[in-house]
Design a protein around this ligand. Structure first.
Ligand code: AMP
Length: 112
C-alpha cells in the first residue's frame, strides 16, 4: 500500500478537504505556501508518465477537482499553481500520483 492509499483507507490521519469516487484531497503535511493541497487518485497510479489513454477521464477529473478546490479555498482570483512532480529529476518523493495545488502567496518562476 502506498502512503496515500493509507490516507484513503484512514490508516494515516490527514486533513481531508474533499473525497469522491475517484480521488481524495488533503492538506500537504509540509506546506510550501499558505494553501498547499494534494489531489490524489484513489487508484495508485504511480506517476503521470505511467498514465494510459484510458486514464484520460481520471486525469481530467484531478485537474477539475484541483481548480474547484482552489476556488473553494479562496485562491482562484489571486492565482495558484498546479504541479505534478514526475520521477527523480522532477522531485517526486511519493510514488502515487498527486497534483499539488499551491497558492496564497506570489509563487516564483522558474522553479528551483
Ligand atoms: P512529491 O515530492 O511531489 O512526491 O510530493 C509529495 C508530497 O507529499 C510532499 O509535498 C510531502 O510534504 C507530502 N506528504 C508526505 N507525507 C504526507 C502525509 N502523511 N500527509 C500529507 N502530505 C504528505
Amino acid at each position: 500500500m502506498t502512503l496515500f492509499e493509507k490516507i484513503v483507507a484512514r490508516e494515516i490521519p490527514a486533513d481531508i478537504l474533499h473525497e469522491d469516487d475517484l480521488c481524495i484531497a488533503f492538506r500537504d503535511i509540509a506546506p510550501q505556501a499558505p494553501v498547499h493541497v494534494l489531489v490524489v487518485p484513489k487508484r495508485p497510479l504511480p506517476r503521470v508518465a505511467e498514465a494510459r489513454p484510458g486514464d484520460e477521464p481520471l486525469l481530467g477529473h484531478l485537474l477539475l477537482t484541483a481548480s474547484r478546490l482552489a476556488a473553494g479555498l479562496g485562491i482562484a482570483e489571486s492565482g495558484f499553481r498546479v504541479v505534478i512532480n514526475n520521477g527523480r529529476d522532477g522531485g517526486e518523493s511519493v510514488p502515487h500520483l498527486h497534483v499539488h495545488v499551491l497558492g496564497g502567496r506570489p509563487l516564483e518562476w522558474p522553479p528551483g
